[in-house]
Design a protein around this ligand. Structure first.
Ligand code: CUA
Length: 316
């Protein structure tokens, strides 16, 4: 599921095509060179060691010169063809419609902030580590970094693009096959670089539109007493200092937006499956799962932790 051998967009198909041609031609050349090396090693057997280029007959010399010139010409030709092919793939990757669904992605140590742009600010959808895209529609990504350099790489969709602090880089792709595709930070960014994954969820446009519309709506407010207690714990014990939940007082942007947290498949940028047991473990001691992570372990009593987890589990 995290492989450029399995392209799911015209952009990734172009990159994979270029790679296979380079691999194929390179392999044929390697076979030829290896065969020649074996042939020369055998042909030279039993000849006098004093044979050097200065003493070979003139006709043999000319033959050697012709072979060398032809090889140089063939090498230049192969490289030139690949240069043109490479540029044409680069052109294709840069082609995009004037207006496209735009998704802002900010790389943080070590998670991905995701915002769907909308002219109406109340319709902006914020999420983290999981990016829904409509199949058959070109999507633009505006990539920024909050701290150090990261790199956005969903190999089934397109090549990688660096996220550089103070600079906005852009990337386009059009998913053409529905599915869930893993992405990964591809630039070393500190201790948990390897645990900075994300998912591209490519789904039919109707399903995507429904997801996006639901995303801008706040979750159902809790009614049950345990859930209300859990929400109070969230608001009063430090969670709300870093996280946001739509429709509540929690609006911080230091950590991932939790408005529809339970709608995501993983916790902590692909580190854990999003289950109740894993969420409990994560909140109890984040550093045990992701050493160096910014999220602190707060001293919850068992009843508080249980109510808090129950409340978070309702954020669908
Ligand atoms: Cu972010 Cu590596």
């Amino acid at each position: 599921m995290h492989s450029f051998f399995d392209p799911a967009s015209p952009q990734a198909r172009a990159v994979a095509g270029l790679w296979w041609w380079m691999f194929g031609v390179g392999f044929v050349i390697w076979l030829g060179v290896a065969a020649l090396a074996v042939y020369v090693a055998n042909a030279g057997h039993g000849q006098r060691e004093s044979d050097d280029l200065m003493h070979v007959p003139p006709e043999t010399r000319r033959r050697i010169e012709r072979i060398v010139s032809a090889s140089v010409f063939a090498t230049v030709l192969v490289l030139a063809v690949f240069l043109v092919y490479d540029f044409s793939v680069g052109r294709l990757l840069a082609q995009h419609p004037q207006r496209a669904l735009t998704i802002d992605v900010v790389g943080h140590q070590w998670w991905w902030e995701v915002q769907y742009e909308d002219p109406n600010p109340s319709k902006r959808v914020g999420t983290a580590n999981e990016i829904h895209v409509p199949v058959g529609e070109t999507v633009q990504f505006k990539l920024r970094a909050a701290d150090v350099i990261h790199s956005f790489w969903a190999p089934n969709m397109n090549g990688k693009r660096d996220l550089i602090p103070g600079y906005v880089s852009t990337l386009w792709f059009k998913a053409d096959t529905a599915g869930v595709y893993r992405g990964q930070c591809a630039e070393f960014c500190g201790l948990q670089h390897a645990q900075m994954a994300f998912y591209i969820v490519a789904e039919p446009p109707v399903k995507f539109a429904a997801w996006l519309a639901a995303g801008s709506a706040p979750p159902e407010p809790p009614t049950d007493s345990t859930l209300l207690y859990g929400q109070r714990v969230f608001m009063s014990s430090g969670c709300a200092v870093c996280h946001a939940i739509g429709g509540t007082e929690a609006k911080a942007t230091v950590g991932p937006d939790l408005t529809h947290f339970k709608g995501r498949s993983s916790i902590a940028a692909g580190s854990l499956a999003n289950t109740r047991a894993n969420l409990t473990r994560w909140i109890q001691n984040p550093s045990a799962i992701k050493p160096g992570v910014r999220m602190p372990a707060l001293p919850f009593k068992p009843a508080e932790l249980n109510a808090l987890v129950s409340y978070l589990e309702t954020l669908k």
